[in-house]
Design a protein around this ligand. Structure first.
Ligand SMILES: [Ca+2]
Length: 231
C-alpha cells in the first residue's frame, strides 16, 4: 500500500509539473526577439543597412488552439490546424497553418515596437493546396491595428494535384513596403473574409500560412506561442 501511495504521489507531482510547464509556455513566457536576422533567410532579398528582418511563425499564434476550421472533407480544429511540412515544401520552422477555409477564421499576432515607423516591409510566406487561388486584399484581409493592408493580388497557381502531399512550394509575397507600426503594441491579423468555396467542405478561399516577415529599423519583440508546436 505504501509503495502504491508513493507512486501515486509521484504521478500527481509529475502531472502538476507538466501542467505548470504547459501553462508557462504561452502568454507569459520570455519575450522573443522576433527571430530577427540581419541577412534574411532563404529566398529573402538583402536587408538594407540599419534595418532588421524579423520573422514571425504563423503556427505560433495564440488563437490557433481556439479555432474551428475546415478541411477538404469535414472539420479540423485547434492545434490540428498546424501541419508539419512533411513533403519539404519550404515552410519555415517546418510547420504551417491550414484549415482557414471559413469566413471569419483569423490569426492574430501581438508585436511590440520600440518606435513608430512608416516604412516597414511586410512579407507573407504562403502556399495553397487542392486548387489554384487568387487572394485579394478584400477576400483575405491582412490588417495592422485594424487597418487593412491594400496589397496587390497574390496568385497561387500550378498547385500540383488534389492532395495535401502535393501542395505548392511556399513562397514569399511582398504586401507593402510602407507599413506603419506605432510605438508599443501592434496587432497584426490575417483573416479569411470571404465565403467563396474551394473544394469539398472548404467553404472559403484561404492560403496555407507559413510565416510573415517585417523588415524595419524599429526593434520588434513578441511572445510566440511556441507550445503550439511543442517547441
Ligand atoms: Ca512556419
Amino acid at each position: 500500500m505504501k509503495k502504491k501511495s508513493l507512486v501515486l504521489m509521484l504521478l500527481l507531482a509529475l502531472v502538476a509539473a507538466v501542467s505548470l510547464f504547459a501553462f508557462a509556455g504561452c502568454g507569459n513566457g520570455e519575450e522573443g526577439d522576433g527571430e530577427g536576422t540581419g541577412n534574411g533567410g532563404e529566398g529573402s532579398t538583402s536587408v538594407p543597412e540599419g534595418m532588421t528582418e524579423y520573422l514571425f511563425e504563423a503556427e505560433w499564434s495564440p488563437d490557433i488552439e481556439f479555432l474551428a476550421g475546415f478541411d477538404y472533407s469535414g472539420t479540423i480544429s485547434g492545434l490540428d490546424m498546424i501541419q508539419k511540412d512533411y513533403f519539404e515544401k519550404g515552410a519555415s520552422n517546418d510547420y504551417y497553418v491550414t484549415g482557414l477555409y471559413g469566413e471569419g477564421l483569423s490569426l492574430s499576432y501581438t508585436i511590440e515596437s520600440d518606435k513608430a515607423v512608416d516604412d516597414a516591409k511586410l512579407v507573407l510566406r504562403l502556399s495553397a493546396e487542392y486548387m489554384d487561388i487568387t487572394l485579394t486584399s478584400s477576400i483575405y484581409t491582412v490588417a495592422v491595428n485594424g487597418t487593412p493592408v491594400d496589397y496587390r493580388n497574390i496568385k497561387l497557381t500550378d498547385v500540383p494535384v488534389s492532395d495535401r502531399a502535393n501542395l505548392l512550394d511556399f513562397a514569399d509575397f511582398v504586401l507593402t513596403e510602407t507599413l506603419s507600426l506605432k510605438e508599443g503594441e501592434n496587432v497584426i491579423t490575417l483573416t479569411t473574409t470571404n465565403s467563396n468555396p474551394m473544394m469539398g467542405t472548404m467553404y472559403a478561399t484561404a492560403p496555407l500560412v507559413d510565416c510573415f516577415k517585417i523588415t524595419t529599423s524599429a526593434k520588434l519583440t513578441w511572445d510566440p506561442c511556441m507550445t503550439n508546436t511543442g517547441q
